[in-house]
Design a protein around this ligand. Structure first.
Ligand SMILES: [Zn+2]
Ligand SMILES: [Zn+2]
Length: 181
């Protein structure tokens, strides 16, 4: 996988797995293909469970609003998951960097490395605040807990979807109506 300078694909892959968790290992592998990964992962029976653990760890980054603490969690993840960068050209992808050793090829390990480094690239280049939960879910009782990766030009995306933005707008409108009597 090419981690572009913005880490965009890796962080979008993580959000996709968090927001729409695959039912089995094949579903996870298919998702990595959708987001541009070409490496073959040797299958292991605990892969599905362990990738869930990787995503749950990643969600602690999403749910930490303080930039310094968020950076601290990401640094811990990178210290655990990634090795020094290596140049590689597997599958005719063209030369690119891997942030793991060539023998660390299990599905959970590769995803942990790619997602932690990709997320660090995303927040360091686009902005520390560009990763969050959908703002609609901040209202008590609202069911949306989706992760929002903000890759917009102006960097002010707060909702996961138009549907959630509209629902929140309707609520604001109603609240104003009540206040006005
Ligand atoms: Zn690669
Ligand atoms: Zn939402």
């Amino acid at each position: 996988m090419h981690l572009n300078p913005y880490g965009e694909y890796a962080v979008l892959l993580a959000a996709s797995l968090a927001n729409d968790w695959p039912a089995d290992r094949a579903g996870i592998v298919a998702r990595t293909r959708d987001f541009g990964m070409t490496v073959d992962f040797p299958a292991a029976s605990e892969d599905h469970l362990r990738v869930r653990g990787v995503i749950d760890d990643w969600l602690t980054v999403v749910d930490e609003p303080d930039p310094h603490r968020r950076a601290g969690i990401l640094n811990d993840h990178m210290a655990t998951a990634s090795a020094y960068p290596r140049l590689t050209d597997h599958h005719d992808e063209g030369w690119h960097l891997h942030y793991r050793s060539d023998d660390a090829r299990s599905l959970p390990h590769v995803l942990f490395a790619v997602i932690s480094v990709g997320t660090a690239l995303h927040v360091s280049t686009r902005g520390m605040h560009r990763l969050r939960r959908c703002a609609a879910g901040e209202t008590p009782g609202d069911p949306c807990g989706a992760v929002v990766v903000d890759i917009t030009r102006n960097g002010r995306q707060r909702y996961c979807s138009v549907r959630c933005a509209n629902r929140a707008a309707v609520r604001r409108h109603r609240a104003r109506g009540t206040a006005d009597g």
